[in-house]
Design a protein around this ligand. Structure first.
Ligand SMILES: [Zn+2]
Length: 169
């Protein structure tokens, strides 16, 4: 479970980044992808927890340390998830001024800082829709699939290689 901390660190970095560049749809997408990963990690930890509980109940063993560890992991992941959701909502309900970069309320027409007219980009919606459509189970395993396909292709190639005609003389 060394990955948990990596996930949490990445999520925190992304959350910080989103704070700095709030209003940019790309950051929302990153946060969403990260949340999908965290959700997967939470599910895995729940399964692990369930397996431990089952094992200990069957054997009559007591190991509250392991159970506590799982609970703590889940709590940490849930906290990061919540933080991300908050960032996503903050980012989503703001519009960034293209002139000065200030964040304005989504309903604002003019920038509260420089007074410039605010423009809404359709990209925001597009990116979010795209991210929602990404199947979470494929995140992170893309490379493995590609490698497997590559190997398959190589095998096929060697199998179909024509045999040299044998000499009859
Ligand atoms: Zn402005």
């Amino acid at each position: 479970m060394a990955n948990i901390n990596e996930f949490i660190n990445t999520a925190k970095e992304l959350a910080d980044l989103a704070g700095k560049k709030a209003g940019e749809a790309v950051e929302v997408s990153k946060l969403k992808i990260n949340n999908a990963k965290i959700n997967g990690e939470i599910q895995k930890t729940y399964e692990k927890l369930g397996a431990f509980v089952y094992k200990f109940r069957k054997s009559g063993e007591e190991n509250s340390e392991l159970i506590d560890m799982c609970v703590k992991e889940i709590d940490e992941l849930l906290a990061v998830l919540e933080e991300n959701e908050k960032k996503i909502n903050e980012t989503r309900h703001k519009v960034k001024c293209s002139d000065c970069g200030a964040l304005n309320d989504i309903q604002a027409v003019y920038c509260m800082k420089c007074g410039g007219k605010l423009q809404r980009e359709a990209d925001d919606l597009y990116v979010e829709m795209y991210v929602d459509a990404v199947p979470t189970e494929n995140i992170g395993v893309q490379q493995c699939d590609d490698e497997a396909k590559q190997e398959e292709a190589n095998e096929e190639k060697s199998e179909t290689e024509p045999e040299r005609p044998s000499c009859d003389c």
